[in-house]
Ligand binder design. Structure first.
Ligand code: AMP
Length: 484
């Protein structure tokens, strides 16, 4: 999973320092590497492993000149996270094209091993945006320089869609001084367009999440449709191109966990959706006759909005029972179970007052390997809880994500092949409930009734693109070898 932001301002303005601010707002989408590519007639690039704030110095910002720039934060799900895989990518010949993306290609192995070598193009990185970049360039090569830019981009995006299978949203720069964006035919990954009036003309922005617009003072224009591209010429109105028609299936896990609550995805407020998850979970809890707790406590941070509403609907007090140490890295990607469990204890410290002698209901957004829940239940008991109930605002995760959300391989999912009762025993809870899938989907759709279906592959194992299963096999082999 990754995040990107592109800014296209009228000529004469420099956008990189704003882009930097915007990338900080998207930092939750990837903390592994970041980069900015700007264009002022020439491309200027700075990218490196690390957090946004650690990568860019004043001297970099002075060098990253131009009224067009794209930036990226990376969360690696394939590859070993090498520096050369950091984004954006660009080429100067036969065209000047820069690109950043969020997503995963499910046919990347075939593209790298077979398809591009047949065209004498050796892909050098483990980053799938390189394949999209070359496919796009091949499409552009089939057009004439005299054709209108939107026709040329139409052909280039069609070529990218033709070759690159999977889920991806892209933003890029053409050396004609134009920005573009596109969203794959299923629209699994988010991509939104923003606008800001300057005295020099209109600035355009394209991003993975609308929160980047809020911090930069851009208005949300609209999300790109699935299979759609946009051409942004600074100072002019955007040109939208519907390249292919297909069923739209945005990722529901963005709403559950990944996106910031202050973002809107396909018109759906992440915050309100999480509140709805809480309400739905409260109703489900009550209907099922589950034991009523004395207090509801969220696992910070992503479960807070749901837990607060769950408590309100159930008429039970809500308390912040855990203090989170923000300076501990991600426990999710630690190399082994022991290291992950240790870090969870260091990351979350209980306030015993909220646990002593109480029946507590802990709420988290999801249970993946079960490490967090198992450890937290243990912490709650040590802090004096009489009974520890556990609720997940999403259904059991059982299937890996082929589209770039970092999920365990099949055997790591604690719920895979188990009943809820077996998972309850495994994590040591006195009661366990998962939000049912139909309720989860209803909460998402309530935010935008035009969405017919979400991608729920991680809960159901049913994926909206054809070659997902093959890709998962390759991915799991790659992860196993990376771990070794
Ligand atoms: P686990 O300990 O493996 O069960 O992971 C569950 C916790 O990880 C939950 O608290 C989630 O908020 C969080 N989580 C779920 N999916 C991801 C992900 N793809 N990357 C990082 N954290 C995640």
């Amino acid at each position: 999973m990754c995040g990107f932001l592109g800014l296209a301002s009228p000529l004469g303005l420099d956008v990189s320092s704003e882009l930097y601010e915007g990338l900080i707002a998207l930092q939750h989408r990837g903390q592994d590497a970041a980069g900015i590519l700007s264009f002022d007639g020439m491309f200027h690039l700075r990218k490196q492993n690390g957090m946004v704030r650690d990568i860019f110095r004043s001297r970099d910002m002075l060098r990253l000149r131009g009224n067009l720039a794209i930036g990226h934060v990376r969360y690696p799900t394939v590859g070993l996270g090498a520096e050369e895989d950091a984004q954006p990518f660009y080429m100067n010949f036969p065209f000047g094209i820069g690109m950043a993306h969020n997503g995963n290609l499910t046919n990347w192995v075939d593209l790298k091993a077979n398809q591009f070598p047949q065209d004498n193009i050796p892909l050098e990185s483990s980053c799938d945006v390189e394949a999209i970049l070359y496919a796009f360039a091949q499409g552009l090569q089939r057009t004439l320089a005299s054709e209108p830019i939107e026709q040329r981009i139409h052909q280039a995006v069609a070529a990218a869609f033709d070759r690159a299978k999977g889920a991806y949203s892209v933003c890029g720069i053409l050396s004609e001084g134009v920005m573009f964006g596109f969203r794959d035919p299923t629209g699994i990954k988010p991509c939104i367009l923003g606008r800001r009036q300057e005295k020099e003309g209109i600035s355009w922005a394209i991003a993975s999440e609308s929160v980047a617009f809020d911090v930069l003072g851009f208005d949300r224009v609209r999300d790109l449709k699935n299979g759609e591209a946009v051409v942004l010429v600074p100072g002019q109105e955007p040109i939208f191109i519907q390249v292919v028609e297909h069923a739209h299936t945005p990722c529901i896990f963005e709403l559950v966990y990944f996106s910031r609550p202050d973002s809107f995805l396909d018109e759906v407020s992440v915050y309100k959706t999480r509140r709805r998850f809480g309400e739905a979970l409260a109703k489900q809890w009550q209907e099922s006759g589950a034991p009523i707790p004395d207090v509801v406590i969220p696992i910070p941070d992503s479960a807070r909005d749901a837990a607060l509403n769950m408590a309100e609907v159930m008429g039970v007090p809500y308390r912040e029972g855990f203090t989170k140490n923000r300076y501990i890295g991600r426990t999710f990607i630690m190399p082994n179970q022991e290291a992950r469990q240790r870090s969870i204890r260091r990351k979350l410290n209980p306030i015993p007052l909220e646990f002593e002698g109480k029946n507590v209901l802990l709420v988290d957004d999801s249970i993946v390997r079960g490490n967090t829940s198992r450890k937290i239940i243990e912490i709650a008991r040590r802090a004096g809880a009489s009974k520890v109930y556990f609720a997940s605002t999403s259904p059991p995760l059982t299937s890996p994500c082929p589209y770039g959300i970092d999920m365990a391989t099949e055997k790591d999912f604690v719920a895979r092949g188990k009943t809820v009762e077996q998972v309850r025993l495994e994590i040591g809870a006195d009661y366990l409930a998962y939000l049912e899938i139909d309720r989860l989907i209803a909460c998402g759709k309530a935010g935008n009734p035009e969405i017919q279906n979400f991608c729920t592959g991680c809960f159901t194992g049913k994926y909206p693109t054809a070659d997902a299963a093959e890709h998962l096999e390759a991915l799991s082999a790659e992860r196993a070898s990376a771990r070794n």
